[in-house]
Design a protein around this ligand. Structure first.
Ligand code: FAD
Length: 465
């Protein structure tokens, strides 16, 4: 008689985290990752469904059951190779992808218990490989064709990696001094250590991609000038421009845009002061206006920089927050205070021009708006004053505009995003675009998916011409 199969555990293997009391004052990574035993135990929960429904939730189409099966067999090196066939940034995706609304939504195990923790498994094998020395796939002979990639965010880096693997000459032009886009300047160290972004960008360089930093396209070269030097162009310039509230008092001292705040904390390393010489001022009572990843990251950075009380002021309810569920839980554990259904109306300053309070109003939710979320409606007469000495505005980002302003014939929407078809083709022959610059602010993996689709379309075009 064959041995009965062990019962599959309904609960996911938990991942350990830094103690909230300690981590609220340091920038070390919160989530600690699985051990070897834990990763295998979690992989053993996977049902290996023949139709692999999880794969349809992955914009870059990683063969999820196949890499999980390899983990089950302790073949970590082969598992990471399997992932890298489709995804060149696995340690990043394993940390910041909102799997609960992507691959894990379709997981069969999710119908009877916890879905398989796909991101945690991916993160383990990517970290395991980084400690060894990533293997570089052999490059095919040069095709003699060249592609310029504008912007080194997840969209641009993915397009660059995929095209380099085909033997094309790839040059990435990036405005900042480091590659990574939001991964390097926006998402804080405690969620995504920068050494990981640097290592994954290095891997892409080792595929043969040339990185030209401090190169602002639209100023250094126009798109027209790049078209004279390259066979095709991919634009992945993201949505890095802050949106403001346009209410009285918004220009008072002590009020930051989340973009400025996060760039100074992360890219300019204010968090490492006094080791770095670029500090940032944060008061005792901080309000962060907004409810997305940017708001949450700003709030948790402000807490770590010494604020006594940090409030997230959001005009909708917790259910509508466009943020990874895990990060809401982490923020709550750290003591971030949530003021839901609340919106500022004006900022009140002291005699020296510094913000000292916010006049707010309570909201209720009405019918869904164009975004599908219920529209917040002010409750007249519910105004109140909230004492604050620092405010961070995190209500969204709009597309970076320089390329659009300097490229004749490039069609854009009224919001400034570049118009491109489902393969990234724009209104200009040989020019492709993808990521936040096309969709408006979205996610790392959707930007990577767009970079991948455009790379496929560029490959097809270069084959024919
Ligand atoms: P970006 O990442 O914005 O990269 C664009 C790059 O282009 C930048 O490096 C920029 O400097 C460069 N550039 C711009 N203009 C030019 C030019 N003219 N010439 C040369 N270079 C140029 N998503 C998730 O999935 N999970 C998360 O947890 C998450 N957290 C986030 C936290 C924050 C604080 C923010 C701001 C966003 C977060 N997101 C998250 C969203 C995600 O980071 C973005 O959707 C993603 O980075 C978009 O990728 P991209 O390549 O299109 O653009």
């Amino acid at each position: 008689m064959s041995k009965p199969k062990p019962k599959i555990k309904k609960e996911a293997v938990p991942m350990s985290k830094q103690d909230p009391k300690k981590r609220r004052r340091n920038f070390n990574e919160v989530a600690q990752g699985y051990t070897k035993e834990q990763v295998v135990a979690e992989a053993e929960r996977c049902l290996q469904c023949a139709k692999a429904p999880c794969v349809k939730g992955c914009p870059v189409e990683v063969d999820i059951p196949a890499f999980i099966d390899l983990i089950r067999e302790h073949k970590f090196g082969e598992a990471i190779k399997k992932i890298k066939e489709k995804n060149s940034l696995p340690a990043i995706c394993g940390r910041v992808c909102p799997q609960e609304v992507q691959c894990q939504v379709y997981c069969t195990m999710g119908k009877v218990g916890d879905p398989i923790s796909v991101g945690r498994l991916e993160r383990f094998v990517a970290d395991w490989e980084r400690k060894q020395q990533p293997e570089i796939p052999q490059r095919p002979a040069s095709t003699g064709k060249s592609v310029a990639i504008v912007g080194a965010g997840p969209a641009g880096l993915t397009a660059a990696a995929d095209l380099a693997k085909l033997g094309h000459e790839i040059v990435v032009f990036e405005a900042l001094h480091k590659p990574g886009g939001v991964l390097i300047y926006g998402i804080p160290e405690f969620r995504l250590p920068k050494e990981i972004v640097e290592a994954e960008a290095k891997y892409i360089e080792r595929l043969g991609v040339k990185m030209k930093m401090n190169s602002l396209i639209g100023r250094l070269y126009t798109v027209g000038e790049l078209l004279e030097q390259f066979d095709a162009i991919f634009i992945g310039t993201g949505a890095g421009l802050p949106r403001f509230m346009r209410i009285p008092g918004e220009n008072r001292c002590g009020i930051y845009s989340a973009n400025e705040f996060l760039i100074r904390v992360n890219l300019m390393k204010a968090y490492a002061f006094p080791k770095s010489d670029t500090p940032i001022y944060v008061g005792e009572k901080v309000a962060v206006v907004g409810g997305g990843n940017t708001a949450m990251d700003s709030a948790r950075c402000a807490l770590r920089l010494g604020a006594k009380e940090v409030r997230i002021v959001y005009r909708r309810s917790k259910k509508e927050m466009p943020v990874r569920a895990e990060e809401i839980e982490n923020a709550e554990e750290e003591g971030i205070i949530f003021e839901f259904l609340t919106n500022p109306r004006k900022f009140i300053g002291n005699e020296r021009g510094w913000v000292k309070a916010m006049e707010c109003i309570r909201m209720r939710l009405g019918e869904p708006d164009a975004s599908g979320r219920r529209r917040p409606i002010p409750i007249e007469g519910s105004e109140f004053t909230m004492d604050v000495d620092t405010v961070i505005i995190a209500i969204g980002r709009t597309p970076n505009p320089i390329i659009q302003q300097t490229t004749e014939d490039l069609q854009v929407t009224k919001w400034g995003t570049i118009i491109a078809d489902e393969n990234g083709k724009t209104s200009i022959e040989r020019v492709y675009a993808g990521g936040d610059i096309v969709t408006g602010e979205a996610t790392v993996i959707s930007a990577m998916g767009a970079g991948k689709k455009a790379a496929k379309a560029i490959r097809k075009y270069l084959k024919k011409n």
